[in-house]
Structures are given as structure tokens and as C-alpha cells.
Ligand binder design. Structure first.
Ligand SMILES: [Zn+2]
Length: 446
């Protein structure tokens, strides 16, 4: 397979990322980052491991990549948390500081490479204001008091990315209609605030709406066209639809060549999220399972498929990863070029090129695992691939952490069911049992 292909959320088809002969130009990758108001959870882990894999794969194949990922460091959620903790919304940067540190720590543990740029909203205010002004000047946005709204009436393709019909969206949005908006789907570019609050703008004091930051940051760091724009599936609408609308109306060239989204981590078929209160923070998970094994667990699933999380499956993945790490421990990695042809390794790389099909890649690996013992060239190259592209450190895990016996599996299952049913007494009882068997069990907050 010559090219790397990814599923484009817009066409719902696999699309070649870059045509041949374009290797000189860096590939521009933009991935929406976090709103740092709470601890990052497994869903964040999956998203950023997915795009880290893409970043690593492109680099391995010889492309240079400019990778930009933002922090939404001013937002209602941050202001509310600041109000709750400090009695004032104006300490929001202390909240941001704390959770950005947690996020960076988690990313390091998951062996995710740092993006080229990590802009913050609070450091991009002049560019955001300029962007909003350009939209007002071009007639795509309107000012109401101290607020500025984007007018979706000036945008006939609105809904094309998320495959939504305008009528359906309007019917849904009418319930929450604001007196200030001309159309119920119009969204805030700038939120007016009392004098002296937050930032000064041509429309008075205030702060940016959510969506505008990514358009302004993409333009600032990557130029008018982003080659690959990624994020979690939950960002498809309205966030990415709005980003696309506000960026595209100002230019002829495409804002994004390829939109790609990773599926959710879910529990009992429900999306894992803070708002649903069914999330596991990465920090809590890492206390139980080595982050290397958590990364391996994510990569065992293709990014487009929902991942039904269970502690039991994670423990099984940990066991498989520990075995793999142990097997590769004595082997010295042998660097090789992405273009280098080698039948079995070529098959592994081809699976990765085909929409990041990591399960397919692992399938080839496991089929030929015996070769590791007999063919040192093969073994060294595979180790290099796993370390460099998959980002698996392959450092042997401490044996004491977990040895899953059928008995332990049963207890983990039962405990998980009890926790899902919020049967804390039972869950505590099983925890005590596990502790009694010599296992350390860390509880997340109830
Ligand atoms: Zn974004």
C-alpha cells in the first residue's frame, strides 16, 4: 500500500492523506484539545493516543508534520469551578494551570509526543478578535449589544460535515432560542461581559465563544488550510461544524482537507463523560494498571469503533502487554525506513496505513510471533516499529502488580458490576477480598 488512508467524516469514505510528491511540504495536523477544568479521563486518553499514533506514523513514513493542539483555558466550566473553589470566577487560570499540569503528566505517562504547538485561548485573544472582526466586516456575523453572533443564514452548506439537515437542527435548537439571535442556530463568537471583565474588544469587554478559538489558532499556526483536522466524535457537531462555517466563509481554498474523528470510550453502551458521571480518570486507572498497558489497550481497538471499557478487559490487556514486553526485552531494536519492503513487517505497516487498523497489525504480529525467537533481524525491526510508531515502550512491567487468575477475573467482574449499579457496600466488600488476596485496589471518587 503506497499511501496512508483515513476515513473522512465528511464523505464517510477512506481518503488518501497526501498524494505522492508532496513530501517537502509539512503535513498540517490540528487536533482539538481539552478544556482543563477537571482530570482527564479515559476518553481523552483514547483520543490523544489515536492522534499520537497518526503523528508517529506520518513521521515514520517520511513526512514532516506540524501538529497543533489547543487548550480551552477560559470557558464557562472553568469560571464556574473557580467560583466554587475561590469564590470568584477570576481565578480561572489557577484551575487551568492545575488541570493542564495533570493532562501533561498523563500524556507523558501514555508516551504521547508533544505537539509542535499547544496554544491557549488566553494567549490568542488578539487573533480571535481579528477573526471575529473579519466575520463582522464580511457580513457573516452581527453585533447585539456586547455580543457577537455568527449568522448561519450566510452559510448554505451548514450541516454538511455532521450530515444534519438544517430543518432538523433548527427544530432542536428552537427550544433554547435566545432573544438576541436572528436564527436559533447562530452561535456566539464573542460573549459580552460587564466593564473591566476579562478582555477588551471592539464590542466592549468580554471573552470568546468556544468555537472561534480553533479557527483562529489553526490560521495562526497552520495557515489557511489544515490537512487533517481531528478530534473526538462528540466534537463533530456543533464544534467542528461551526469551526468549518466560520473559517470557510472567509476563504476560497478549503479550510480542512480531511476531517477525522475517533469513537467514544463507553460503558454499558453509554458514552463515558464527565457530564454523565460514569468516567474513570486516567490518574485513577494508572494507579491500577501501568499506563504503557493502557496505551496498548487503546491500540488493540481501531479508533473508529466504540471501545466498550471494562476493568476486566483492561486487566487482560495488561497481561498480554506484559508478555509482549518481556518477550521483546532482550532484543535490540533495529531502525528501518518506512519505505523499506519486508514482507511481514510490510503487512503490519500496511494495516496501519489503512485507516490506522491497529487490530489488523497486531493480528499479523501475533501470527508471526514465533519468528521473534529465531529471526533476530525481524525481531529487532518489529521492536523498532512497536516502539517508534505504536509508541509502546516495551519496558517489562513489574510482576507484582497483577497476575490474573480466573478467580481474580471473576472478582473484578463482580466488583465492576457492583460499581456500575452503585452498590458501594458490595464493591467495598469485593475490594477487601482483593486486598486480602494481595492486590492493591484504588477507588475513584464516588
Ligand atoms: Zn476545536
Amino acid at each position: 500500500m503506497k499511501y496512508i488512508r483515513l476515513t473522512n467524516s465528511m464523505s464517510k469514505e477512506k481518503q488518501i492523506v497526501v498524494q505522492g510528491g508532496q513530501k517537502i511540504e509539512p503535513i498540517k495536523l490540528y487536533v482539538c484539545g481539552i478544556t482543563p477544568y477537571d482530570l482527564p479521563h479515559l476518553g481523552h486518553g483514547r483520543c490523544y493516543v489515536t492522534f499520537d499514533l497518526l503523528y508517529r506514523l506520518l513521521s515514520f513514513l517520511g513526512y514532516s508534520v506540524t501538529y497543533c493542539r489547543n487548550f480551552t483555558d477560559i470557558d464557562d466550566k472553568l469560571l464556574n469551578k473557580s467560583e466554587k473553589e475561590f469564590g470568584t470566577p477570576f481565578e480561572f487560570s489557577r484551575i487551568a494551570h492545575r488541570y493542564i499540569a495533570a493532562f501533561e503528566d498523563n500524556m507523558l505517562s501514555l508516551n504521547c509526543k508533544k505537539p509542535t504547538y499547544e496554544p491557549r485561548v488566553t494567549e490568542t485573544i488578539p487573533e480571535i478578535i481579528d477573526f471575529v472582526q473579519a466575520l463582522v466586516d464580511s457580513g457573516h456575523a452581527y453585533v447585539v449589544g456586547n455580543d457577537v453572533y455568527f449568522s448561519i443564514d450566510a452559510c448554505p452548506d451548514y450541516g454538511a460535515l455532521s450530515h444534519r439537515k438544517l430543518e432538523d437542527m433548527e427544530a432542536g435548537a428552537r427550544i433554547a432560542i435566545s432573544e438576541k439571535k436572528r436564527n436559533s442556530l447562530d452561535f456566539a463568537l464573542w460573549k459580552g461581559e460587564p466593564d473591566g471583565h476579562y478582555y477588551k474588544s471592539p464590542w466592549g469587554y468580554g471573552r470568546p465563544g468556544w468555537h472561534i478559538e480553533c479557527s483562529a489558532m489553526a490560521k495562526k499556526f497552520l495557515g489557511n488550510t489544515v490537512d487533517i483536522h481531528g478530534g473526538g466524535m462528540d466534537l463533530l457537531f456543533p464544534h467542528h461544524e461551526n469551526e468549518l462555517a466560520q473559517s470557510q466563509v472567509l476563504q476560497k481554498e478549503p479550510f480542512v482537507r480531511l476531517w477525522t474523528h475517533n469513537a467514544f470510550v463507553q460503558i454499558n453502551k453509554e458514552k463515558m463523560s464527565k457530564s454523565l458521571g460514569n468516567f474513570f480518570s486516567l490518574q485513577d486507572i494508572f494507579k491500577q494498571i501501568d499506563p504503557q498497558a493502557v496505551r496498548f489497550y487503546f491500540l488493540q481497538h481501531q479508533y473508529r469503533n466504540p471501545l466498550d471499557f471494562s476493568l476486566h478487559d483492561l486487566a487482560i490487556a495488561r497481561q498480554a502487554y506484559a508478555k509482549l514486553a518481556k518477550q521483546f526485552d532482550p532484543i535490540a531494536p533495529i531502525p528501518f525506513d518506512g519505505a523499506e519492503a519486508d514482507v511481514i513487517i510490510g503487512q503490519m505497516v500496511d494495516f496501519l496505513k489503512d485507516d490506522l487498523n491497529t487490530p489488523g497489525m497486531f493480528g499479523v504480529l501475533y501470527k508471526h510471533l514465533d519468528l521473534i525467537r529465531t529471526d533476530s533481524q525481524f525481531a529487532g525491526k518489529v521492536k523498532y516499529l512497536l516502539q517508534t510508531v505504536l509508541g509502546l515502550k516495551l519496558v517489562p512491567l513489574e510482576e507484582k502488580e497483577i497476575a490474573i487468575t480466573p478467580e481474580i477475573q471473576l472478582l473484578l467482574d463482580q466488583r465492576e458490576r457492583a460499581r456500575m449499579a452503585k452498590d458501594w457496600a458490595k464493591s467495598d466488600m469485593i475490594r477487601d477480598q482483593l486486598v486480602g488476596l494481595g492486590y492493591k485496589v484504588q477507588d475513584k471518587k464516588k
